[in-house]
Write a protein that binds this ligand. Structure first.
Ligand SMILES: *Cc1c(COP(=O)(O)O)cnc(C)c1O
Length: 393
C-alpha cells in the first residue's frame, strides 16, 4: 500500500484535482513546477535557513515528565507551539511564499476562517514584501477581531465575504473567483493538506520537517528513530501530515489521528469527518466530507476554530479507509479538560486544537514502555477568551 500521493495526486481513491476549467491554467502551472522547484538546491537552502532563523526551528522534542507519570507511559511533545506566530502553519506559508517568488508571482491571496492561516500568510508576505489579500467571511471577521487586527498590522488587506453563510466556505469561493480573474500574477496560498492536487502533496512536504526533526531528536534521546505512536489532531490535516510523513511507510509506528467530536458525534454539532463523512468533492479534492443525503456540505462545529472543517485532506481519508491510521474523536469537554491539565502538569498552555490530541490519553491505554510523540500544533494565547469563558476564569 502506498500512502503518499501518486503523480495525479491520488491517495488511494481520494484526492485528484476537480476544478472548474477556468482554474486549470493556474493549478497546472503549479503542478508542473512544484517538485522541480522544491528540489532546487537554492530553494532548499533558503527554505531551511528561514525555518531556522525566522521560524525558530528545530522546535524542541520535549519529554513531558509529569504528564508521562500521570498516564504511566513515555510522552514527548513536539513543540510546534514555539514556532514564530504560534503554530505549525508558518512552515507551509514560508514554503509557499518561496514557491510564489520562483513562479514570479507578485500578489498573494488566501482565505481564512478563524484567521490563523490569514495571519501566517500575512506574515510571510510582509517578510517578502508581496501584496497580500485575505478573504474572510463577514461573520468570522466579527468573531475573530484580534486576528483581523494582526493581519492589518502586517500590511494585508482583509476582504469580507458577504455571500452565503458568510464564513469559511464563502471566503474560499471569493478566493477562487479572485484567482480565476488573476491567473498570471497571483499565487493562492492554501493553508492545509486540502484543495486540488498538487496542494495536499506540496503542503505535506513543507510540513514534513516536523517528522524529519522528530526522527533525529528521538534518535538522540531514545537511541531510536521510531516512536511507538505519533498522535496529532486533524482539522484539514496539515500538522498531522507533517508529524506522520516520515512514518507513513513504517508500520511499526502507530499513527493516531484525533478529530473534533464537538458536542458529540450524534448531536449534529460535530466535525468528526472520518466517522460522519462520505465520499464527496470539496475545494477541488475527492475526499471524505460531512454532507446531507443530497450532497450539500454540512456546517461543521467544534469549540476549536482550527478543527471546524467539514472535510479532511485526501491523505487522511486514505489513512482512515486503509486502516493505516487509527482515528479517534474527542469532544469539546474532553479537549478543554486535557488542555487545562497540560497547563497544570507541564506549564504549557496549548491551543485547543492541540488539546484534542492530548485528550487521547484518557481514551486509549498505552504500555509503560511505549514511546509516544504528541504533535503540539500550537499555543493557547489565541484561545484565551474561549478558556476564560469555558472555565469561568
Ligand atoms: C489550523 C490549526 C490546526 C488545524 O489545521 P491542520 O491543517 O489540521 O493542522 C491545528 N492546530 C492549530 C494550532 C492550528 O492553528
Amino acid at each position: 500500500m502506498k500512502y503518499n500521493a501518486d503523480e495525479k495526486g491520488y491517495y488511494g481513491e481520494f484526492g485528484g484535482a476537480y476544478i472548474p476549467e477556468m482554474l486549470y491554467p493556474n493549478v497546472e502551472e503549479l503542478r508542473q513546477n512544484y517538485l522541480k522547484i522544491m528540489a532546487e538546491e537554492s530553494f532548499q537552502k533558503e527554505f531551511n535557513e528561514l525555518l531556522k532563523e525566522y521560524v525558530g526551528r528545530p522546535t524542541p522534542l520535549y519529554f513531558a515528565k509529569r504528564l508521562s507519570e500521570k498516564y504511566n507511559t513515555k510522552i514527548y511533545l513536539k513543540r510546534e507551539d514555539l514556532c514564530h506566530t504560534g503554530a505549525h502553519k508558518v512552515n507551509n506559508t514560508i514554503g509557499q511564499i518561496l514557491m510564489a517568488q520562483r513562479l514570479k508571482k507578485k500578489r498573494i491571496i488566501a482565505e481564512t476562517g478563524a484567521g490563523q492561516h490569514g495571519v501566517a500568510t500575512a506574515t510571510v508576505c510582509a517578510l517578502m514584501g508581496l501584496e497580500c489579500i485575505v478573504y474572510m467571511g463577514e461573520i468570522d471577521i466579527e468573531r475573530q477581531a484580534p486576528n483581523v487586527a494582526r493581519m492589518k498590522m502586517l500590511g494585508a488587506t482583509v476582504v469580507p465575504a458577504l455571500s452565503g453563510s458568510r464564513t469559511l466556505k464563502d471566503a474560499t469561493n471569493e478566493a477562487i473567483r479572485d484567482w480565476i480573474n488573476n491567473p498570471t500574477d497571483t499565487h493562492y496560498i492554501i493553508g492545509s493538506v486540502v484543495g486540488p492536487h498538487p496542494y495536499p502533496d506540496m503542503v505535506a512536504r513543507f510540513q514534513s520537517v516536523i517528522s524529519k526533526e522528530i526522527k533525529s531528536q528521538l534518535q538522540e534521546k531514545e537511541g531510536r528513530k521510531n516512536p511507538d505512536y505519533v498522535i496529532a489532531c486533524v482539522g484539514g490535516g496539515s500538522n498531522a501530515a507533517g508529524a506522520f510523513y516520515e512514518y507513513l511507510d513504517t508500520p511499526e509506528v502507530g499513527i493516531l489521528a484525533v478529530e473534533a467530536a464537538g458536542k458529540g458525534i450524534d448531536t449534529g454539532k460535530s466535525a468528526a469527518t472520518s466517522v460522519l463523512g462520505k465520499m464527496g468533492i470539496i475545494h477541488g479534492s475527492k475526499t471524505l466530507l460531512m454532507q446531507t443525503p443530497d450532497g450539500q456540505i454540512t456546517e461543521p462545529y467544534s469549540i476549536s476554530a482550527g478543527l471546524d472543517y467539514p472535510g479532511v485532506g485526501p491523505m487522511h481519508a486514505h489513512l482512515f479507509k486503509s486502516g493505516r491510521g487509527e482515528f479517534h474523536s474527542v469532544t469539546d469537554d474532553e479537549a478543554m479538560k486535557a488542555g487545562l491539565e497540560l497547563c497544570k502538569l507541564e506549564g504549557i498552555i496549548p491551543a485547543i486544537e492541540s488539546s484534542h490530541a492530548l485528550a487521547l490519553f484518557e481514551k486509549k491505554q498505552f504500555k509503560k514502555e511505549d514511546v509516544i510523540v504528541v504533535n503540539l500544533s500550537g499555543r493557547g494565547d489565541k484561545d484565551l477568551n474561549t478558556y476564560i469563558e469555558y472555565f469561568n476564569l
